[in-house]
Design a protein. Structure first.
Length: 168
């Protein structure tokens, strides 16, 4: 892993992971400070032409081992925390139009999310940040997962909307 500044980490984060994970700039710097305190990264200040010096972070051997240990840990399927489903569970005694409107808006938002994923898959500038063709392939597979999720979620929402309309 090459040394990176917090800004570069944030830029890579936004380009490659934003569709499935979020991190603010302050969170990234907070985590880097904690990693440095735990001797999992080192930090060195690098002069920059006409700009403020830049802090470059590099993983230590212990940091690389901690990353490997984390990477090989099994991952359980994602627990569902779905705001739409929570809202639907409380709408049974409300105006039926609220359910229809909520589902229709959700379908529109899913269409936007699909467009976002498709634009990311076609964006060479995103994949140019990958450190290898294998990493770029993994990023593509992650976006494929997002597209599959959107398709499944949209199919469910359309079916739910149709059943809701038919039940009136």
């Amino acid at each position: 892993m090459e040394p990176m500044s917090g800004y570069t980490i944030q830029k890579r984060f936004k380009s490659s992971m934003a569709s499935y994970w979020s991190a603010t700039q302050s969170q990234i710097y907070r985590e880097l400070a904690a990693l440095e305190k735990d001797n999992l990264v080192t930090c060195r200040t690098v002069p920059s032409d006409g700009k403020p010096a830049q802090k470059q972070y590099s993983p230590t051997p212990a940091g690389l081992q901690a990353l490997r240990d984390w990477l090989i840990q099994p991952v359980e399927p994602q627990a569902i925390r779905h705001p739409l489903l929570l809202k639907l569970s409380f709408l049974g005694r409300q105006d039926p139009a609220l359910v229809s409107g909520l589902l229709e808006a959700y379908i529109r938002d899913l269409d936007k999310k699909e467009a976002e994923y498709r634009s990311r898959i076609g964006a060479a500038h995103i994949f140019s940040l990958a450190s290898s063709p294998r990493e770029a392939l993994l990023w593509k597979l992650i976006l494929d997962n997002g597209l599959s999720w959107v398709a499944a979620e949209r199919a469910w929402a359309e079916q739910a909307l149709q059943e809701w309309r038919d039940a009136k």
